[in-house]
Ligand binder design. Sequence first.
Ligand code: ADP
Ligand code: MG
Length: 326
Amino acid sequence: GHLINQIAAGEVVERPASVAKELVENSLDAGAQSIVIDIMAGGSKLLRVRDDGCGIPQDELALALSRHATSKITSLEDLEAVASLGFRGEALPSIGSVARLTLTSRTADAETAWSVSADNGRLSEPKPAAHPLGTTIEVEDLFYNTPARRKFLRTERTEFAHIDKWIRRLALARPDVAFTVSHNRRTVLSLPAAHSEEDELQRIGKIVGDSFASQAVFLSREADGIAIRGWLGLPTFNRSQPDLQHWFINGRSIGDKTLSHAARHAYRDVLFHGRYPAYVLYLSMDPASIDANAHPAKHEVRFRDGRRVHGIVSQSLEQVLAGTRP
Ligand code: ADP
Ligand code: MG
């Protein structure tokens, strides 16, 4: 158990940012509408994620911390159509094997919340606790029992920057969920849920910068079962790096060559050579037309029909860009 979890942690938990990503993804999978993330010392001292999601029943708390126990798929067919961000049941046991982890949760029909903790692979008995509907996971002293790994942590600032990048990406993916982030007790990001296109653009401004939001043009098209919406940076808002190119498919952040090529193609006549367009784009399509599990990090997809996706995306962008020409 413990050693296997620590070995698995080598893959799942590279640094505090990986912990933050896994915990926030779990909160999103639990249907949270609001997520509060508190970080101390770049996440190596404390990473705490609190949500108002569905919670974990008392009798499943220990299971949530044991290997390959996922509540998210029960059959092979589920695996085909998996919509949740996690489904391997590896994150919590891995994190619990390389940090002190406390899990406190309450479900809607429970009379009280319950809390369990994992310390050096040992699980405590569940104890009653005070907590509203939802879950708080507290991860303290990351890598305290694996000094060789702890040595690889960078400065507080660098580790925080990695966490921040992931949280922003997850927050961009889910404009309908409120996010609050503090580092060393200072609020560093506060994003209310967006209920309109205007809210959403304002929120995007807080996440990627107002200079993008103040000039971006809205795009919304649907063709052949693929809906694409989002914001395109004007050709004059070009970048020297491809650092403001965000794709999301069905609520999940994606990096994909087909998509970035389609965008580059659409901008080909309006950008100078060597410059990069900026955009935040959301695609929705039938999950059966993509294989999101092609890569374990799940940041990559494989389209069943990449040419069709390429065509629809580049045409949609081209039409909007053509409308912005002076
Ligand atoms: P996975 O996400 O791959 O299922 P994890 O190790 O990340 O595996 O989590 C294990 C299980 O713990 C999840 O399947 C889920 O049932 C439960 N869980 C974890 N975090 C939360 C949360 N914030 N709210 C509700 N349930 C959670
Ligand atoms: Mg998970």
